[in-house]
Design a protein around this ligand. Sequence first.
Ligand code: XMP
Length: 317
Amino acid sequence: DWTPVNIITDAVEKVREQVGDRRAIIGLSGGVDSATAAMLVHRAIGDNLTAVFVDHGLLRQNEAEQVVEAFGKNSDVPLVHVDASERFLRKLAGVDDPEAKRKIIGEEFIRTFEEEAGKIAENATFLVQGTLYSDVIESGTRDAAKIKSHHNVGGLPEIMDLDLVEPLRSLFKDEVRVVAAELGMPERMVWRQPFPGPGLAIRIIGDVTRERLEILRKADFVLQDEIRNAGLYRDLWQSFAVLPAIHSVGVMGDARTYAYPVMIRAVTSDDAMTADWARLPYDLLERISNRIINEVPGVNRVALDITSKPPGTIEWE
Ligand code: XMP
């Protein structure tokens, strides 16, 4: 019978069988999949699991804190938190090609994980991954290739000579959320919208700088806040802000401004393979626009992306 309790019991048993009394590590991405995998495996093998959270500094506002809190306060999963934002920003300086950004972030992620998890991994036999059923069936497509290169920490098992444990391999996203809730994960984590491994870096067109990250993070926070207040957060597959590399002229008081526009992207989807742009209510769009311009220095215009997938992709890069 498909109940969350049965799934958990089943998964825990399988992990125990596979891992026995050996050690395992897992890389946390900040999303619900890796967090759920970590909690499941911890239930199975206890402190023989160590979680490593490589914070690349490209997450949304407060998300890194929420990951640390979810693991520190609500579970006893041993957690190593690595603040690597400096080194990621240094590597990304001056890079504006989307694929180059992805490659740099993927490689730097593996390097950081290896360095930080190296000592722990010496005693570990297994690497836990939050691979879902959809990741498995989509392998071979462009998206899956991207997702594998970062989200699933591709290459790590070979580099570190570890065997894979994939406790979510037969589950869909909505099933993972049910399991996560049953495991006591905070609501914010359970319902978190999908987020790309390379993070805000691929939502900043052009150069990723600390200043531009700050602008996007603030605008994105306002957008999330309004979407949540409107009760639409769970209905949308993803909703986020994008920062283009252009300026436009505006007027504030009686002064001329010349600043960034912010692009709003909100889509509905079942599996990210196709997506439709969300018909957000006009009054919500108005609140988002007013607040972003009033609350985010450096922004003087808000525009709405009304492209579905195909022909657009969900992300801009
Ligand atoms: P696109 O932009 O290709 O995105 O329509 C499809 C889905 O995949 C997410 N995405 C990623 N997820 N690592 C990830 O873990 C990545 O490099 C990556 N790139 C895109 C995107 O947010 C959307 O949900």
